[in-house]
Design a protein around this ligand. Structure first.
Ligand code: FAD
Length: 480
């Protein structure tokens, strides 16, 4: 039985902790805040409740696997999972609206044809075929296996080049895919919105980001009853059942090293804790900037992804009932001064005081630097609410109060204002997160800042990979 210290109680770190405890190790999690979940938080006031992090789950198989491998009750017995249908409504800048069904290629094609004109659906369908090729080429090494020692193959663009005459014309950015292959500004906006919602700028994101709409439209969007915070509750509870110990309000200030190996941590206040392994779910840059470069092989290029983007979330408490035709998720695309916003209206009694009220969450992706610095977030929230009015009839008249959460709140919850995105191939490897195996033996990275990157599902996969690497050692070839 090894002693394992876990830094932070985010979803990736907790997923690793539960698996390591089941493998027979003694696991203690030190969390700098008063609660678990990190980004997966909840804001509650006057009977209204709001998810302050993700509002939907993709690839629930990741958490199904966690619950199967760590106990008797499967995920579905611990949380109420439901598919969101339609998966999303889109309101484009020109006022066109389209509802895209959940996980139905044929339904999406006919919805796009009906809303945008004949041929639009086929162009989107053909694009998804190419996106699937990129997904199939990268799925295992990018998501299910430890990052290869030589990530060069992942640095190459997996999205297939289209033929132009006799030549193949490679596409370098996602924005180019939209402009060249979708031939309708609304379809291009649809594609761009997927990139932005994961924190990537389509003008610089590689064509490989096409896997993001492919993933959502193939595997579906899921809601957790009571809000996504209920998933964090369930993972925390599973950890406790497996005898993982949690110490809250206790930051880890340093990783201790002896003879070229991690041997424990130093807590805020000076106390030291010995460990055979340290699993860090804290934002990787802190450790990289402090230590990893000197621990590493002398290469001073930091090997982690930075999106330089965060989220602004506006929680809206509304009087009056949610209309029966309301959809769960609406994307209102940017128009004029208005940013692109995601409006979530879950039909969930747990989130409102009674049926005569509704809680609505509005989220936008924003830059953390340099444009984000010094932003007037209340004025930005005004524009977000203006956009959200396209998705909520009578919004202004119904508004009781609003609560604005900024990148500083994200920093308070997670330790970084930046929200890391999922690992993407291409882009010369710049969007590959840090490997789970750090340059310092005995120190491992889990969570959104490490392979295979940010997002609920991806962070859950990182937990599985770290546990596999510690338990099975060099023979570990990835999750099945
Ligand atoms: C506003 C917002 C919206 C999001 N929307 C989506 C979405 O729609 N879809 C999606 O899939 N993902 C979304 N994400 C990302 C997703 O929530 C995360 O990628 C996921 O929860 C995984 O987080 P993590 O494991 O990296 O831990 P984090 O949530 O980053 O938590 C890290 C934890 O470590 C703790 N910690 C940090 N430093 C220390 C230290 N030195 N000592 C002790 N503890 C420390 C922090 O306090 C925190 O609890 C969103 C995130 C935010 C913030």
């Amino acid at each position: 039985m090894a002693r394992i210290v876990v830094i932070g109680a985010g979803l990736g770190a907790m997923a690793a902790a539960a698996r390591l405890a089941v493998a027979g190790h003694r696991v203690t999690v030190y969390e700098r805040t008063a609660t678990y979940g990190g980004a997966v938080g909840r804001f509650a006031r006057e009977g209204f409740a709001f998810d302050t992090g993700p509002g939907l789950l993709h690839l629930p198989a990741v958490y199904r696997d966690l619950f199967v491998k760590t106990g008797k009750e499967p995920l579905e017995e611990c949380v109420a999972l439901s598919q969101v249908d339609p998966a999303s409504r889109h309101v484009f800048a020109d006022g066109t609206r389209v509802d895209l069904p959940n996980a139905s290629r044929a339904g999406t094609v006919s919805a796009l044809d009906a809303a945008l004109g004949a041929g639009a659906g086929a162009r989107w369908g053909d694009f998804l075929v190419r996106a699937r090729e990129a997904w199939d080429r990268t799925r295992r090494p990018l998501l299910e296996e430890p990052q290869p020692a030589d990530p060069a193959p992942l640095a190459r663009e997996p999205y297939p080049a289209l033929k132009a005459g006799l030549l193949r014309r490679p596409t370098t950015t996602l924005a180019q895919v939209g402009a060249r292959e979708l031939a309708d500004p609304r379809l291009a906006a649809l594609l761009d919105a997927y990139a932005w919602s994961y924190g990537f700028d389509p003008a610089t994101a590689p064509a490989a980001a096409a896997v993001l709409p492919y993933m959502e439209q193939t595997f579906g969007s899921w809601y957790v009853g009571g809000g996504l915070r209920a998933l964090a509750d369930a993972v925390h509870e599973r950890c406790r059942k497996r005898r993982v110990e949690f110490v809250f309000d206790t930051a880890v200030e340093d990783v201790l090293e002896k003879d070229g190996r991690a041997v424990g941590v130093r807590l805020a206040g000076g106390e030291t804790v010995e460990a055979d392994h340290v699993v860090s779910g804290a934002p990787v840059p802190a450790l990289y900037d402090e230590h990893v470069v000197e621990w590493g092989d002398g290469d001073d290029r930091p090997h982690y992804q930075t999106t330089r983007t965060s989220r602004v979330t506006v929680c809206l408490a509304l009087r009056g009932p949610r209309e029966s035709a309301a959809v769960h998720r609406t994307l209102v695309h940017a128009a004029g001064e208005r940013p692109t916003v995601t409006v979530l209206r879950p039909d969930d009694p747990a989130l409102r005081p009674d049926a005569e009220h509704e809680s609505v969450t509005v989220t936008a992706t924003v830059r953390t630097s340099p444009e984000g610095a010094g932003q007037d977030w209340e004025a930005f929230a005004d524009r977000m609410v203006e956009a959200a009015a396209e998705a909520v009839p009578g919004l202004r008249e119904r508004l009781l109060w609003r609560h604005v959460r900024t990148p500083e709140d994200v920093r308070r919850d997670t330790g970084s204002a930046e929200v890391p995105g999922p690992a993407l191939a291409g882009a010369r490897g710049l969007l590959l997160p840090a490997a789970n195996r750090s340059p310092l033996p005995g120190l491992w990275f889990a969570g959104g800042w490490s392979h295979p990157g940010g997002g609920l599902a991806h962070a859950g996969m990182s937990g599985a990979l770290v546990a596999g690497l510690i338990v099975e050692g060099a023979d570990f070839r990835g999750s099945q």
